[in-house]
Design a protein around this ligand. Structure first.
Ligand SMILES: [Zn+2]
Length: 350
């Protein structure tokens, strides 16, 4: 649960954080109870009309090119309940000194019943070239109660399929999760209760450092994005449904989002079908389905829209719903919105 009293205490103790470089003068304190009322109303309205709303816990964009009304309209058209749409700070703005993007404030000003305030994408160049300044700015926004979650922080990130298509194969992020940046992010979550998202490719040798961090920061609330997205199967023999099940048993604050490709999606650099949940008949593999059914509160809906694919929202929605429909009704509702609700508000939806 977000401990608001502690956040307020921390803010009172460090009011100077407001004036850190890059934070700017933006930053109204977000009224969480008021937002919660609006969110609940919207979700219930969609449910009452017979739709299945979901909470997209992980999408991102370039805020300078974002058409907010277009996204909002499509959310209505597609019955998308809520969206945590984070801003990525691109190369150009990074060079101009931007370390914090107050997109969430703009989103809430226009559509307070559908956007979840979220920190900025932790990716190059911000997280790799100016990690302290970037994290100072994110932390300041946390202390000022401007957001409900952080991320997505890219610790290990292969070039995405779309980057490969564009020939941008040089982007190959490798930040040790148990290095200084990892300790700072996990520590911030531990201290404030703020959940955060990580992008962390599945590789055998990366598992031990992550487990070690989860052990050292048991109160850190971690969303490991892209369940069972394995780009190179030969590097990931240890990652199985049984392994994920064991992690869930050991770490009560570990969550997984379900932003992964469809059954035919191929990772171009390995030529492998990287979404490992799918069976040959187009359904979910029983062992992954059973895992989700056994621990529905740990799995979260997510679209993973990005700056280069916001116009494909209907296609992403269709694919995500195709995944959800393979789950039993109760599990489907839990994964679609129930899990994110309890993660954000510390109580069951209803
Ligand atoms: Zn990701």
């Amino acid at each position: 649960m977000i401990n608001r009293r502690d956040l307020l205490k921390a803010f009172c103790a460090f009011p100077f954080l407001t004036f850190l470089p890059g934070v700017g003068k933006a930053g109204n304190i977000v009224d969480f109870p008021q937002l919660k009322t609006g969110y609940a109303h919207r979700l219930k309205k969609i449910l009452a009309a017979g739709g299945l709303p979901y909470i997209d816990i992980e999408s991102s964009c370039n805020s300078t090119k974002l058409d907010i009304d277009y996204i909002a309209k499509n959310m209505d058209r597609l019955n998308i309940g809520l969206m945590a749409l984070s801003a990525d700070i691109g190369e150009g703005r990074f060079k101009k000194g931007v370390r914090f993007d107050n997109l969430s404030e703009k989103l809430l000003a226009g559509y307070p019943d559908r956007f979840i305030p979220v920190g900025n994408g932790g990716q190059p160049p911000a997280l790799t070239e100016a990690p302290d300044e970037f994290l100072d700015a994110q932390e300041a926004a946390v202390q000022k109660k401007q957001m409900m979650l952080l991320g997505e922080f890219e610790f290990r990130h292969y070039p995405s399929p779309r980057q490969v298509k564009r020939g941008e194969v040089k982007r190959d992020v490798n930040i040790p999760i148990d290095g200084p940046i990892g300790h700072r992010v996990f520590g911030l979550s531990e201290k404030t209760g703020m959940p955060f998202q990580i992008h962390y490719e599945v590789e055998n040798e990366l598992l031990a450092p992550l487990e070690s961090m989860l052990q050292q920061y048991p109160k850190a609330r971690v969303i490991w994005c892209h369940l069972a997205q394995i780009r190179y199967i030969e590097r990931a023999s240890r990652y199985t449904p049984a392994y994920v099940d064991a992690l869930i048993g050991r770490f009560p604050n570990l969550y997984f989002d379900t932003a992964f490709g469809d059954a035919g999606s191929i990772y171009p650099l390995s030529n492998q079908r990287h979404s490992r949940v799918w069976a040959d008949d187009g359904g979910l593999k029983a062992e992954w389905r059973d895992l989700i059914i056994a621990h529905p509160k740990r799995f979260l809906s997510a679209l993973d829209l990005g700056g280069d694919r916001l116009n494909r929202i209907a296609e992403y929605d269709y694919k995500h719903r195709n995944f959800l429909k393979h789950l039993p009704v109760e599990t489907r509702h839990q994964v679609a919105y129930g899990s994110a609700w309890s993660l954000l508000f510390g109580e069951d939806f209803g």
